[in-house]
Design a protein around this ligand. Structure first.
Ligand code: NAD
Length: 264
């Protein structure tokens, strides 16, 4: 399927690794000029080299900026003032008992996972509306619906993204700009693989056994009973960013392996 977005410009936040990197690759394969982002110049440079080796002829550039605050977002805007496609992928997670999450962590999660997307959308939307074409995608999570007891603060940010995404879509009525949220389930990104590796080592079991235990005890409603690949999430995101998805807006689209058991 030709997604009809060749030549468009996309910004993907937090994309030197994991789901964001997979989205950047998928969009680059479609001929999109992709701007990737991470906090450090060395990780941005390494990701650019990896992306160019995976996607021949990719038109990619990178901006090193910590998007958890306004100054970092401004660095991105200075380097890349306009975009046709914005993927708010940046997100951090950290399982912690509710009683031991201090105010500062609640604030850090909100700033990183919610305000980064708010600031980026606020900046990039006006030119999209003027061009009467644009795509904004928030990478939320099944945790935005099934708030996890082991990281309530993370779940809060993922629910907040759903509210922001839906409200923004309504604010773009009739403009040709679509705004959607994509909700992945447990996905084997670098961040999650590291976390599972640590848990497996602490429990004295292998990684495969750890993942089987996670689906048996932590996410028993998963229908696919396995981790999702970043490329599986990226395929849906690329479609949502495409010209073909012009009638899909204000939606919360799941790529969660069936974990959320409600029909809609
Ligand atoms: P990851 O930890 O593997 O990668 C995160 C990326 O963000 C890296 O490129 C890192 O350098 C960058 N980053 C981190 N902090 C940053 C900051 N302050 N400024 C700029 N860049 C920063 O993440 P992932 O697992 O691929 O998750 C990506 C998104 O998908 C997140 O929003 C996450 O909540 C969501 N999600 C992930 C899963 C999962 O199981 N992996 C499930 C559901 C939703």
């Amino acid at each position: 399927m030709d997604l009809q977005i060749s030549g468009k410009t996309a910004v993907v936040s937090g994309s030197t690794a994991g789901i964001g990197f997979a989205i950047a690759c998928e969009l680059a394969r479609e001929g999109v000029r992709v701007v990737i982002n991470g906090r450090r110049q060395d990780s941005v440079d390494a990701a650019l080299a990896r992306l160019r080796s995976l996607v021949g002829g990719a038109a990619v550039s990178g901006v090193a900026a910590d998007l958890s605050d306004a100054a970092g977002c401004q660095r991105l805007f200075d380097a890349c003032p306009q975009a046709d496609i914005l993927v708010n992928n940046l997100g951090i997670f950290d399982p912690s008992p509710f009683a031991s999450i201090p105010d500062s962590e609640w604030q850090r999660f909100f700033d990183t996972n919610v305000m980064s997307g708010v600031r980026l959308a606020r900046h990039y939307l006006s030119a999209m509306k003027a061009a009467r074409w644009g795509r904004v995608v928030f990478i939320s999570s099944e945790s935005g619906i099934n708030t996890p007891g082991e990281m309530v603060h993370y779940g809060m940010t993922k629910s907040a993204q759903l509210a922001v995404s839906r409200g923004l879509a309504q604010s773009c009525a009739g403009t040709g700009v679509t705004v959607n949220a994509v909700l992945p389930g447990p996905t084997r990104s670098e961040g999650v693989a590291d976390f599972f590796g640590k848990l497996a080592a602490e429990s004295g079991i292998g990684l495969d056994a750890m993942e089987r235990r996670f689906f048996a005890e932590g996410r028993p409603s998963s229908i696919i009973k396995r981790m999702i690949g970043p490329a599986e999430v990226a395929a849906l995101v690329a479609y949502v960013c495409s010209a073909r998805a012009a009638a899909t807006t204000g939606a919360a689209l799941r790529v969660d392996g069936g974990i959320v058991s409600t029909i809609c």
